[in-house]
Design a protein around this ligand. Sequence first.
Ligand SMILES: [Cu+2]
Length: 293
Amino acid sequence: MIKFKPVAVVALIGCLLTLLPMRLMAGWDELNMTQGVTQVSQDVYEIHMMIFWVCCVIGVGVFGVMFYSIWRHRKSQGAVAATFHESTTVEIIWTAIPFAILIGVAIPSAKTLIAMEDTSNAELTIKVTGYQWKWHYEYLDSGVNFFSTLHHDHNAARQLGADVDLSQFEHYLKEVDNPLVVPVGVKIRFLHTANDVIHSWWVSDLALKKDAIPGFINENWTVINEPGVYRGKCAELCGRDHGFMPVVVRAVSQDDFASWLQQQHAATDSPKSRQAVSTTSSNDVQPQRTAVN
Ligand SMILES: [Cu+2]
């Protein structure tokens, strides 16, 4: 029978790991949860990593003891099974340790969950309504509202038989005609509902994901600190074009947001807007207003 020395086994595993091409490790970070750009998303990420390392320690500890025991007390070495059972001390230990671990995990998790649900003192409220297959945004404080649908160019490119070079799109299928425009540094409350089936409004950079259910209003909130464009999608299988109703959030400075709101009001008051005809590009900070029936 072949006998392996533990040192040789460890050395062999070490060599294999060292010889692994670094290319295999490239992009490793992309497998992990995004850290996002808000305080809540950062808190969620830190809890995720804390629990990840707790799981690693438990896994290494449990499997280490198990494999060592199998190897050390094998039958070929003359090991004889112990006869003890129902050890009160052991049972107390293996109850107390998991209990302490769970309490340690639950405290920061509960704190963050409570913070995520606290929509009080919001300065801006936006109602998000899911439709098959688009989003409708309504700024309840100002009355501005519009639909946000997959960008026309992307929609054309995805059609069967479309002879389009997809590499020309930087964010293929993640672009809309009218992005949601929000100010940075302001607590924004979102009210989620749907007009037909269940959708889910999901923007991972903002740690926001909420089911949009017909007849119900769900809430969540965010404060975005960094101006930028944050992309998400519908995360609830909602029908044929579920994969084609992206979310694009454009976070701008408070001054830019105020002037954007003014432009929306001006557009509402113009006769042209009443006809609800438009063709704005997604890079235009002015979402084209669309008639809401
Ligand atoms: Cu959907």
